[in-house]
Design a protein around this ligand. Structure first.
Ligand code: ANZ
Length: 761
C-alpha cells in the first residue's frame, strides 16, 4: 500500500545526508573531465530571496548534478557580492554597521537556499568583503597601477547627488543613477580611472568565439561602440586656431556647410567672438542638461559664433561656426563638420538656422583624407572606468600619496589595506569619502622615501570584487596567490555562467580584468565565461515585478514549506522557456505537486518487475535522450513535460521493469533530487550515473497516426513510422471505420510519415 509522501521529513533527510557526506565537494586533483558551473553570485540584500532568485540556481543545480552523473568533476560554488552602495544604504537606513548587516543578510540567504536542496560546494564559499578576499582585489588594482592602467584624472565625472558619490557610465540608466533614480550631475573630482579602453578591440574580437546569447553580444558591441573614421582639420580665418573634427563620413566633406563646437570645447572660450555674452549664457544653460537630453532633443539649439569663419580644407570655402549642445564633448574631438544633406541631426539644425543644405557627389574617402592632410582614427563609445567611490563600504584603494613621490603603491606585503572602523560612515557629500576623517588611518609614511604621506581615501566601486570572484572559487583559501596556476589551468574557464542581469557592466568589467590577468600571466584563458545562459525573470501573480513596495513578494521558503523543495524546483523549470519572463501561477504549482505525488505513489506501490515492460521501452529511451539533450541546452520546461508523458505511460501499464525505473529516477534526480533519492533507496537501486540511451529502442516499430477525411478526424491507423504513402492509404482503406467515409478514390492525399494522413474525396 502506498504511503503518504512526507516531503518535509524526506527532504530534510537527504539534505542532511548530502551535507554529512560532503557529497558535492569538488576535487582539485582529479583525472575526470571538469565542469565549472557558475551562478552570478548574489548581493545579499536585506529583503532576502524571492522566488525569482533561485530560478537560475535551480538551473545550474540541475546542470551540475547531471554533469556529475555523467562522470565529470563538477565545481558549483556560491558566494556573496557584498560590498557597495546597496549594502551601505541598507545599513544606513536600518542604523546598523554594514558589516553586521551583510553578515545577517548572508545568514538569511543561506538559510533560504538550504531548504531548496542545492548541490553547492560550501567549502569554497567566498565573500568579497572578507579581507582575505579583497586583498587580491587590491592586488589586481596594484598590478594595473604598475602597468599604467590605473591612472588619476580630474576630468568631470558623473556625480549622484543623492548617493553622494561619483559613478561610472555603466552605473547609469540613461542619465539617472541606476541605484536611486536621481539625475546625475557632472562634477570635477580627482579620480582613479581604469584604462578599459585599451582592451576595447580585444573585447570586441573575442566576443565572436563565445557561446553567449547573440543579443548580449550585441549589447556589448554597442556599449563598446567602435567607430572608424577620420580626423580632419579646418583652419579658422584670420586666426592661429583651427578646429579638428572626427567624422565617419570624410566622403561628404564637400557638403559641409557649417561647423559645431561642443559647449565644453576650449576654443569656445579662446576665440575672439563678437557675441561673447550670448555664447557664454548658452554654454551655461547647456550645463543643466544631461548628455542624453542633449543628444535626443528634437528641437536643436545653438548659437553662431559671430565673427568666426572656418575654412573647408577641400574647397577653401568659408563656413560659419556654431556652439550647439547636440555635439558632445566626451566623444571624438568634441567638434564636427556638419553635412545637412547627409546627416539627420545636421539637417534639423540647418533647417532651424536657415543654413544651406548642399547635395554633393560623394568623394573617395581614401583619397580625400589624404588630400586634406587628415588622419584615420578609431573612436569608442566605451569610456575608461571611473573607479573611485566617495563612500565607506568598499575596498580601500591601496595607494599612498606622498608630496615628494606622488601616488605610490602600497607594498604588496602590506596587503590587504584593511577598511578601518569609522565613527560615522555616512557619505560626506563633499566629494571626500568618510575615510578622510580618520586622521590616524590617513596619515602614514611613504613606502618610497619614508616621509610623511597620506592614504588614498576613496574606495572601489561595487563591481570590483565581482570582476574576478569566479577565479577565487578555483582556489578559495590560497594566501600566496589569487589563484594557484595549476588549479586555474584545470578549472578555467567557467563552462556555463548563468544569470539574468548585467549584459554590459559586470560582464564587460569581468572580461576586461580577465584579459588583463591573462596579459600578466595570472590566468591561462583569454575569456572568463565560455558559455552564458541568460534567464527570464519571474514576475508576481499580478504581472508586476516582485517587490516589497507592491507587497507581492513570494518567499521561496513559504513555497517549500507548502509544497516541498522538489515541487518548487520542478515548477520553476516547468514555468516556460528558461529565457522567458513568466508570472507566478499557484494553480500550476499544484499541477506539478500532483506529478510529484504520482511519482511517489508509483514508486511505493507494487509495480516493479524484474524484466522490462516492453510497451514502455521506446518512450523511456526517447525520454532519457530528450531530458539529457534538454538539460544540455537549458530547455528545462520541455524536459519536465517529457517526464510527465512518461509517467502517464507508466501509470497506464501499472508496471515497470526495475531497470526501467532506475532510468526514470536517474533522469528525475537532477530536477527532484530528494524524492528521486528516496525512491531509489526504497527500490534498492543506484541512480548515481546518467543512463546511457539505448538507441536501438529509440524508434518504435509502429506508430499510431490520425486519419482525416475531408478535414475531419475519422479514425487512426497503426503502421511503421517509415511506411510509404501508398501503404498508409491502403491501411486507411482497410479500416472499416475510416473506409465508410471514403466514397471514392481520394483526389488529394497529404501524408506526413509517422504523424498524419489527410485524404480529400
Ligand atoms: C560628418 C558626417 C556626415 C557625419 C554624415 C555623419 C554622417 P558614430 O558613428 O557614432 O561614431 N560626431 C562626431 N563627434 C561627435 C560629437 N562629439 N558629438 C556629436 N556628434 C559627433 O558617429 C560619428 C559621426 O557623428 C561623425 O561623422 C560626426 O558626424 C558625428 F553624412 O561627420 B559625421
Amino acid at each position: 500500500m502506498a504511503s503518504e509522501y512526507d516531503y518535509k521529513k524526506i527532504e530534510k533527510k537527504w539534505q542532511d545526508t548530502w551535507a554529512a557526506s560532503s557529497a558535492f565537494k569538488a576535487s582539485d586533483d582529479s583525472s575526470k573531465p571538469k565542469t565549472y558551473v557558475l551562478d552570478m553570485f548574489p548581493y545579499p540584500s536585506g529583503e532576502g530571496l524571492h522566488v525569482g532568485h533561485p530560478k537560475g540556481y535551480i538551473a545550474t543545480d540541475i546542470y551540475s548534478r547531471h554533469m556529475r552523473m555523467r562522470g565529470h568533476n563538477v565545481l558549483h560554488p556560491m558566494g556573496w557580492d557584498a560590498f557597495g552602495l546597496p549594502a551601505e544604504n541598507f545599513a544606513l537606513k536600518n542604523k546598523i554597521h554594514p558589516r553586521a548587516a551583510v553578515e545577517q543578510n548572508i545568514a538569511n540567504f543561506k538559510e533560504q537556499l538550504a531548504h531548496i536542496g542545492f548541490d553547492y560546494d560550501w567549502s569554497r564559499e567566498v565573500n568579497t568583503t572578507d579581507p582575505a578576499f579583497y586583498k587580491w582585489t587590491q592586488w589586481i588594482f596594484l598590478q594595473m597601477f604598475k602597468k599604467g592602467l590605473a591612472y588619476q584624472s580630474n576630468e568631470p565625472i558623473n556625480w549622484c547627488p543623492s548617493c553622494m558619490t561619483g559613478l561610472a557610465n555603466e552605473d547609469l540608466d540613461g542619465d539617472v543613477c541606476e541605484r536611486c533614480g536621481t539625475k546625475v550631475e557632472k562634477k570635477s573630482l580627482p579620480q582613479w580611472v581604469l584604462k578599459i579602453t585599451n582592451y576595447a578591440d580585444r573585447m570586441l574580437q573575442d566576443l565572436d568565439a563565445l557561446q553567449w546569447p547573440e543579443y548580449i553580444k550585441e549589447a556589448q558591441r554597442n556599449w563598446i561602440g567602435k567607430s572608424e573614421g577620420a580626423e580632419l582639420e579646418f583652419s579658422i580665418s584670420n586666426s592661429q586656431f583651427s578646429i579638428k573634427v572626427f567624422t565617419t563620413r570624410p566622403d561628404t566633406l564637400f557638403g559641409a556647410t557649417y561647423m559645431v563646437l561642443a559647449p565644453e570645447h576650449p576654443l569656445v572660450a579662446q576665440l575672439q567672438i563678437e557675441n561673447r555674452a550670448e555664447v557664454d549664457s548658452y554654454v551655461v544653460a547647456s550645463k543643466a542638461k544631461t548628455e542624453i537630453e542633449r543628444g535626443a532633443a528634437k528641437d536643436k539649439t545653438g548659437v553662431e559664433l559671430k565673427g568666426i569663419k572656418a575654412i573647408n580644407p577641400a574647397n577653401k570655402e568659408e563656413i560659419p561656426v556654431f556652439v550647439a549642445d547636440y555635439v558632445l564633448w566626451g566623444y571624438g574631438t568634441g567638434a564636427i563638420m556638419a553635412v545637412p544633406a547627409h546627416d539627420e541631426r545636421d539637417f534639423e539644425f540647418a533647417k532651424k538656422f536657415n543654413l544651406p543644405v548642399r547635395e554633393i557627389e560623394l568623394e573617395d574617402s581614401k583619397k580625400i583624407v589624404e588630400k586634406v592632410g587628415g588622419t584615420w582614427t578609431v573612436n569608442y563609445k566605451l569610456k575608461d572606468w571611473v573607479f573611485s567611490r566617495q563612500r565607506y563600504w568598499g575596498e580601500p584603494i591601496p595607494i599612498i600619496h606622498c608630496p615628494k613621490d606622488g601616488a605610490v603603491a602600497v607594498p604588496e606585503d602590506q596587503l590587504p589595506v584593511l577598511l578601518p572602523e569609522v565613527a560615522s560612515y555616512e557619505p560626506s557629500g563633499t566629494g571626500e569619502s568618510p575615510l578622510a576623517t580618520i586622521t590616524e588611518w590617513v596619515n602614514t609614511t611613504c613606502p618610497t622615501c619614508g616621509g610623511p604621506a597620506k592614504r588614498e581615501t576613496n574606495t572601489m566601486p561595487q563591481w570590483a570584487g565581482s570582476s574576478w570572484y569566479y577565479l577565487r572559487f578555483m582556489d578559495p583559501h590560497n594566501t600566496e596567490a589569487l589563484v594557484d596556476t595549476k588549479k586555474e589551468k584545470y578549472w578555467a574557464p567557467v563552462d556555463v555562467y548563468v544569470g539574468g542581469d548585467h549584459a554590459v557592466r559586470h560582464l564587460i568589467y569581468a572580461r576586461f580584468w580577465h584579459k588583463f590577468l591573462y596579459d600578466i600571466g595570472a590566468v591561462s584563458t583569454i575569456e572568463p565565461f565560455a558559455r552564458l545562459e541568460f534567464l527570464g525573470f519571474i514576475l508576481a501573480e499580478d504581472g508586476r515585478k516582485m517587490s516589497k513596495r507592491y507587497g507581492n513578494v513570494i518567499d521561496p521558503t513559504d513555497v517549500v514549506v507548502e509544497h516541498g523543495a522538489d515541487v518548487f524546483r520542478l515548477y520553476e523549470m516547468f514555468m516556460g522557456p528558461f529565457e522567458n519572463t513568466t508570472a507566478w501561477n499557484p494553480a500550476s504549482i499544484s499541477g506539478v505537486g500532483r506529478f510529484v505525488e504520482r511519482v511517489w505513489r508509483v514508486g511505493t506501490s507494487d509495480v516493479l518487475r524484474t524484466s522490462d515492460v516492453l510497451a514502455l521501452d521506446t518512450l523511456l529511451e526517447q525520454t532519457v535522450k530528450k531530458v539529457g539533450d534538454d538539460i544540455e541546452s537549458f530547455k528545462f520546461n520541455t524536459a519536465v513535460s517529457q517526464m510527465m508523458i512518461l509517467l502517464n505511460a507508466i501509470e497506464k501499464e501499472k508496471m515497470i521493469g526495475k531497470g526501467q525505473w532506475q532510468k526514470f529516477l536517474s533522469i528525475l534526480l537532477p530536477f527532484a533530487p530528494h524524492i528521486a533519492s528516496e525512491l531509489a533507496q526504497v527500490a534498492g537501486i543506484d541512480i548515481s550515473a546518467w543512463p546511457a540511451v539505448d538507441t536501438g529502442k529509440l524508434v518504435a516499430d509502429t506508430v499510431v497516426m490520425g486519419v482525416q477525411v475531408n478535414g475531419k478526424l475519422r479514425g487512426s491507423i497503426e503502421l511503421a513510422p517509415t511506411a510509404s504513402e501508398k501503404e498508409a492509404v491502403a491501411a486507411a482503406k482497410n479500416d472499416p471505420k475510416i473506409a465508410k467515409w471514403l466514397t471514392g478514390e481520394p483526389t488529394k492525399v497529404v501524408y506526413v510519415a509517422g504523424k498524419i494522413l489527410n485524404l480529400v474525396v
